[in-house]
Design a binder for this molecule. Structure first.
Ligand SMILES: [Zn+2]
Length: 267
């Protein structure tokens, strides 16, 4: 792949702090070398109520990084929703925070009850509405409840279903609410026919692609740690599924990421 094409590949969801923890500080230089001077961006999502300042200090100076603030559905946060949302609200006011999330429902790990997960999720969605920021949604084995909650918010703010893990019918249901759908490296896995079918039908203006690094490493390195440097293989597959080129897909995803995450940004 030509360097110029590579530099244009946006990664709409990568946990840079975890990537650096696993690969060492010097690895940030490799990521910067792959992205600097290109049009592609990396969105680094928050997962803990107080992780924004240290991520901002570490990555906020990189021109290709966009930061968000959010709380993953963990049990401790469900026991302290008011306090933790108050902390998050401080970061939502920061213009470096381009979205709220990732947040949502995870009925696979099932931290807390469904009702507790919903309360933490809704509190963040309300914060996103209050500060007019997009919402990045994590949804695992919780399709119907996610659809029900998202339907309350998608008319008011952009909602991104990240690391989409359902099928074509579910994709159509989220799309009918106006959501953006972000596909990760698990789309390359052998048994992911439903994901591939979904990726093929998402309208051009609703498609995002991500690594979810350090997770979801695309084949042929399934099970290994991933990083934003692995995004190429997901683009290559998506381009094949959609009958387009990687270069054109790079432009399209960049434009979508811009319209979602860079509202009001001058550059
Ligand atoms: Zn994530």
């Amino acid at each position: 792949m030509p360097d110029e094409t590579r530099r244009g590949l946006t990664d709409s969801h990568a946990h840079l702090s975890y990537v650096i923890e696993r690969n060492g500080e010097a690895f940030l230089g490799e990521i910067a070398a792959a992205y600097s001077g290109g049009s592609g961006i990396i969105v680094d999502p928050g997962v803990e109520h107080d992780d924004f300042p240290k991520r901002k200090a570490a990555f906020g100076g990189l021109p290709f990084v966009r930061l968000t603030a959010g709380i993953w559905p963990d049990a401790e946060s469900m026991k302290a929703v008011t306090e933790r949302i108050a902390v998050l609200e401080g970061y939502a006011r920061d213009e470096a925070c381009v979205a709220i999330g990732e947040c949502g429902l995870d009925y696979h790990w099932m931290n807390g009850t469904e009702a507790e997960q919903e309360a933490l999720f809704r509190a963040q969605a309300e914060l996103a509405v209050r500060y007019d920021k997009p919402l990045i949604v994590h949804s695992r084995e919780a399709r119907d409840d996610t659809l029900a909650i998202v339907s309350d918010f998608a008319p008011r703010i952009p909602v991104i279903i990240h690391c989409f893990g359902y099928d074509e019918d579910a994709a159509r249901a989220f799309l009918s609410l106006g959501c953006w759908i972000s596909f990760a490296g698990n789309m390359t896995y052998k048994r992911s026919d439903g994901l591939r079918a979904a990726c093929a039908v998402v309208p051009e203006d609703r498609l995002l692609l991500e690594t979810d690094a350090p997770y979801m490493c695309p084949e042929p390195r399934r099970g290994k740690d991933s990083s934003p440097l692995d995004i190429e293989r997901t683009y290559t597959l998506a381009a094949t599924l959609r009958g387009t080129s990687v270069e054109r897909l790079g432009e399209l995803v960049r434009r979508n990421a811009g319209s979602v995450f860079e509202k009001g940004r001058s550059s």
